[in-house]
Design a protein around this ligand. Sequence first.
Ligand code: FUB
Length: 336
Amino acid sequence: MSEQSIDYKQLRAKALSQPLVEHIYTADPSAHVFNGRIYIYPSHDIDAGIAFNDNGDHFAMQDYHVLSLDKPGGQVTDHGVALHIKDVPWAERQMWAPDAAYKNGTYYFYFPARNAQGRFQIGVATGDSPAGPFTAQPQPIAGSFSIDPAVFADDDGQYYLYFGGIWGGQLQHYRDCQYDPAFAEPLAHEPALGPMVARLSENMLEFAETPQQILLLDEQGQLLLAADNQRRFFEASWLHKYQGKYYFSYSTGDSHFICYATGDSPYGPFVYQGRILEPVVGWTTHHSICEIDGKWYLFYHDSSLSEGITHLRTVKMAELTYDEQGRIQTLQPYKE
Ligand code: FUB
């Protein structure tokens, strides 16, 4: 079905869940519980009048808002602008998917943007409230590149930053953390590029180590191949822990799935397990997973409110369930 032929009224009625807010467009929701309240760190979508292209230039966001609610189904508060690009000395454009973490009385807000050379890097901003506002560090994280930072706080007090995305996210131009515009996506029969991970330093503002590529394996222990676009990593990394196992989830981009893979270490390797979310309306799909009062929730977005405009998205949440073996049950974004 082409997106032009969709009856959006009907689609919205059949949706798995309804928009969390409608007064602004929001996407790429990273959710956490801080002080017993649910905080969502989304992108703030705008229409900058830039035509759609594979580079994602039409995602021309300029600031971030933080959303919060006291419980699933509760009233959502928009805390206003938490960080604006004009207050980030190194960032020129495209404030894409962010995330946040808490440590020792400070909230750390991680975000990607393009620098003056057009290269994505990842910045950190700090604040004393989970709702912001946040004050950006003058420089991006040294050695950072690409997009979609996601922080995972492990039980042992270590924090890890996951990041990376191909195509507009530029990951294909890096090998061993070195940039060369001549580097491209691997050939179809070669292993796909993996997401990146680095442990964060004690002060949460730097990498404690050189980022390393995560290995995503199939059920035979073979690396997922570049041609396997229904399962290979594209963007939107997220890590959570369930019953002692590490679950790495991500978007497959041009095939539009949210998938997951599991492993025994925050560094992987992770073995592909299946899909979490079938394709939503709009080109991109992006998510986070958060435990709230003993239940698990998927935060995601779609473009049904804007009637299919791919860069005008809306964040949503839906309960996620696991079976006895810890397998995540696939969600259909629209009921049949
Ligand atoms: O919001 C801009 C980009 O779209 C994100 O960084 C990607 O993950 C995709 O959702």
